[in-house]
Design a protein around this ligand. Structure first.
Ligand code: PNW
Length: 477
């Protein structure tokens, strides 16, 4: 049987705005998601993260749950506006926020669980958005993020595993092109009177890279020697297969899809430049790195943080791409030319399980970036109609159980047979939680959360499968 290295770590992942609730407690300031969710029509069920899983008030309960499930590590994100309520480098720091997360890290470690901290999982301080356009500001944003990161490195020395940003693709494309995520800017005037999908997502992506680079440099210059840990960004992206494998244009488009989603960020970090395919299509709309910026970004990952869920078939498009195109002049479809389907439907329109895709993408990325150490920082699935099931049935989440079984085994094969240097895996998510624009209807948790009865948590079948699964795959020391 395929195996994983003996130092492999696994656990569960969450994000602050999706689980914490307590949005006004202990001096927290609003993030762009607090403002966005107040606008009518932005979230499917009209909900917000106001209460969510109430995890801010239930840290002991969450840690006990993690321990029960055998989790060796826990990936969670800090709410920037609990630590610096207005967000900026000249704004006051909130000691109550620091104390909260410091105790949380200590308690995790005392329970034998290794903390993996994400500094920013989309909940950018609202004040920075209002003050200078937030992520759109090439000078101010990276400096403010660096300052925030420094406060965290200094305040939480017990944490050795750092992630700067979660999924810059989602922040850029969903927040500034499609307009489906905060702050919701787009050229689509039915959605928002402001925004320019042809330019803004590329500017935002660039600024996120530079901000990441600044935080990494700060960590390496002033903290790494004493902290002894590692830092990286987390990138998301699907595996791809050509719609017609005998058509070279579809074969090329399948790679181009990954370049536009992942290599947009991965190439500057590992190779010092944006992919040629993106420069070719986007021209001057894709910013150019100054020498200083390139030096900050190139080589800025201590490991590759990989969020991965699904796969697509890819069909090339003929003719000129639209100015708002962000896919790389192609279409994605769940069916190929033969009519084969990539995977079953889930509750998420963009997600169909396809474990072989996970193995293939691990190999693809390893080749492109010369076999970096990889942590899979998110992977998981929703289930079609799960929210409508009675509790006993819902807890038997066969589809999610099978998803983890298939994906984790595919990863073990990539590790053992393809030389992929994968060292960790985090299931998304520990809890059902606020699934952004989908609200609470879509559930990703391995534990059910009863939102109507005091946020009580109930482990589903999938939750209990991960420990025996990893025990059977990780080599004994
Ligand atoms: C990730 N897409 O988001 C996020 O990191 C989580 O916060 C989120 O809850 C989880 O996946 C499940 O959605 C994504 O449209 C959201 O391709 C959307 C996409 C990909 C990732």
């Amino acid at each position: 049987m395929a195996a994983l290295p003996s130092d492999f770590v696994w656990g569960f992942a969450t994000a602050s705005y999706q689980i914490e609730g307590a949005v006004d407690k202990d001096g927290r300031g609003p993030s762009v998601w607090d403002t966005f969710t107040k606008k009518p029509g932005k979230v499917a069920d009209g909900s917000s993260g106001e209460t969510a899983c109430d995890s801010y008030n239930r840290t002991a309960e969450d840690i006990a749950l993690l321990k029960d499930l055998g989790s060796q590590a826990y990936r969670f994100s800090l709410s920037w506006t609990r630590i610096i309520p207005k967000g900026g480098r000249n704004d006051p720091v909130n000691q109550a926020g620091i104390d909260h997360y410091s105790k949380f890290c200590d308690d995790l470690i005392a329970a034998g669980i290794t903390p993996f901290i994400t500094l920013s999982h989309w909940d950018v301080p609202d004040e920075l958005d209002k003050r200078y356009g937030g992520l759109l500001n090439r000078e101010e944003f990276p400096l403010d993020f660096e300052n925030y990161a420094r406060v965290c490195f200094k305040s939480f020395p017990q944490c050795k595993n750092w992630i700067t940003f979660n999924e810059p693709w989602c922040s850029s494309i969903l927040g500034y092109s499609v307009g489906q995520f905060a702050p919701g800017r787009t050229s689509n005037r039915d959605r928002n009177p402001v925004g320019d999908s042809s330019t803004e997502p590329w500017i935002v992506g660039h600024n996120l890279l530079v901000a990441h680079g600044r935080a990494v440099k700060a960590y390496r210059d002033d903290f790494k020697a004493t902290n002894g840990g590692e830092i990286a960004i987390v990138l998301n992206g699907d595996a791809t297969y050509p719609w017609d494998p005998t058509d070279p244009r579809d074969v090329e488009a399948a790679d181009r899809k990954i370049e536009f989603a992942i290599c947009w960020f991965g190439d500057p970090i590992y190779h010092g430049e944006y992919p040629a395919s993106m420069r070719k299509q986007l021209g001057d709309r894709l910013p150019t790195f100054t020498d200083e910026e390139r030096a900050l970004v190139h080589g800025s990952n201590d490991f590759y943080g990989m969020n991965h869920y699904t796969a697509d078939y890819v069909k090339h498009k003929d003719g000129e791409p639209a100015p708002e195109d962000f896919l790389g002049n192609l279409e994605t479809t769940p069916y190929n030319k033969n009519g084969d389907v990539i995977g079953v439907e889930t509750q998420s329109p963009w997600l169909r399980p396809c474990a072989p895709g996970f193995r293939d993408l691990l190999v693809w990325l390893s080749k492109r970036y010369n076999y970096p150490k990889i942590y899979v920082t998110e992977s998981g699935t929703s289930i079609k109609g799960e929210n409508d099931l009675p509790l006993e049935e819902l807890l038997q989440d066969e589809v999610r159980f099978q998803y983890y079984d298939d994906y984790v085994k595919a990863m073990a094969v990539a590790s053992q047979l393809n030389g992929v240097n994968v060292r960790g895996y985090f299931a998304w998510s520990l809890l059902d939680n606020f699934e952004w624009a989908e609200g609470y209807e879509t559930r990703f948790g391995v534990c059910y959360v009863d939102y109507n009865n005091g946020q009580k948590r109930y482990p589903k079948k999938s939750a209990k499968h991960l420990k025996p699964l990893f025990d059977s795959l990780i080599k004994k020391k």
